[in-house]
Design a binder for this molecule. Structure first.
Ligand SMILES: [Fe+2]
Ligand SMILES: [Fe+2]
Length: 361
């Protein structure tokens, strides 16, 4: 059996196919059509002129199922001595399946983004922000489409990681459009933009590279929206309201960073398919840490939490003195360096995003 033949989702990784729940919905009409933030107007214009059609990508690209679609040496696990001790088949299978598991998170996360962007469309009071959020909604639908089509080509499916689903659900269940933007445009999209950048750099597979490139162009706008719309708004709020939003931001990030969170059943499946004992894997991680190797990312790759998510919250005034202490006590350093975030969010041209980040790293 080749590494990619064992591809079908098994019972242990199956997720309910439909999950329905009711959420509180804020609806805001605005009959003042002149009420708009200038920079959001710019983003809306960029969104309209940079639309693309998934059908124009080369879906006939043949993907060799016997080869991992990312370079093993560029993954975050590549420096671990543990992996050197595995057989070639185990290494290839792990890389193939952990990549597929990540792509499934892109797919499921994008579905969450369709819903959160639609929610912002009806909840945000600013007229042009509504237009902009509508463009983000179609962007996100296109992202679901491309990752769904790509995963169908690979034929390796993984369920949504529980904490990613929890974060999207918490965001969808808030009654406050500002919290939806914090959950989506800062936390989840900070996570996604970092992951897309790293995937773009790890793969030479031309179809995945072109998908990721196009998706990142859209995502850089989405992260900018959180910035240009929320920052001036937060600056005018009463300190108690800022604390409320800052607490939501801390709670959202904590869903991702909580060391007590359950083991992802999808990742356990990756280990099982690769014939790797989870205990041995944990020991391998511990060994790497003891040798100071850790999970340091290769050059050019970014750390979503410290390079994008936390700086985005800092920039928007959403980490207060009180919540900064909470972050530090939770072991999350509050990085205030905006270099990577600014580079990935180039305001002049979406096309420059990758070049600028590449030039710096
Ligand atoms: Fe997206
Ligand atoms: Fe997005």
């Amino acid at each position: 059996m080749t590494s990619l033949e064992n591809t079908k989702e098994t019972d242990s990784t199956k997720q309910n196919l439909v999950d329905n729940f009711k959420a509180v919905m804020q609806v805001s009409w605005n009959f003042d059509y002149n009420d708009a933030v200038d920079k959001v107007q710019d983003l809306y214009r960029r969104a309209k002129t940079n639309q693309w059609d998934a059908d124009e990508l080369d879906w006939d690209t043949v993907i060799d199922p016997s080869k991992p679609i990312v370079r093993r040496g560029d993954t975050q696990y590549s420096n671990m001595q543990f992996f050197e001790r595995l057989s070639q088949t185990q290494q290839d299978t792990f890389v193939a399946h952990s990549t597929a598991q990540m792509l499934s998170q892109f797919l499921h996360g994008e579905q969450g983004a369709v819903m959160t962007a639609a929610t912002v469309t009806h909840a945000v009071p600013d007229t042009v922000a509504k237009y902009y959020a509508a463009t983000q909604t179609i962007d996100e639908a296109r992202h679901v489409e491309v990752y769904d089509r790509y995963i169908k080509k690979l034929d390796i499916h993984y369920p949504m990681t529980p904490w990613l689903k929890q974060l999207v659900d918490v965001t969808l269940q808030t009654e406050d459009y500002r919290k939806i933007m914090i959950g989506m445009n800062m936390i989840i999209e900070g996570l996604a933009l970092g992951a897309f950048n790293n995937m773009y750099r790890q793969t030479d597979e031309p179809l995945l590279k072109s998908i990721t490139f196009n998706v990142m162009r859209d995502e850089s706008r989405h992260v900018s929206f959180g910035h240009v719309f929320l920052k001036p708004l937060v600056a005018k709020l009463h300190p108690d309201d800022v604390e409320d939003l800052a607490q939501f931001a801390f709670d959202g990030v904590s869903i991702l960073t909580n060391p007590q969170k359950q083991i992802d059943p999808g990742f356990l499946k990756v280990l099982e398919v690769s014939d790797i004992d989870p205990q041995d894997f944990a020991a391998g991680l511990k060994e790497a840490r003891e040798h100071g190797i850790g999970l340091k990312l290769p050059p050019g790759q970014v750390h979503s939490l410290s390079d994008l998510m936390v700086p985005a919250l800092v920039r928007a005034g959403l980490i207060t003195a009180r919540t900064k202490e909470l972050f530090v006590n939770a072991g999350v350093p509050v990085n205030e360096d905006l270099t990577v975030l600014n580079a990935m969010e180039d305001a002049k041209s979406d096309m420059n995003v990758l070049n600028e980040v590449g030039a710096r790293y």
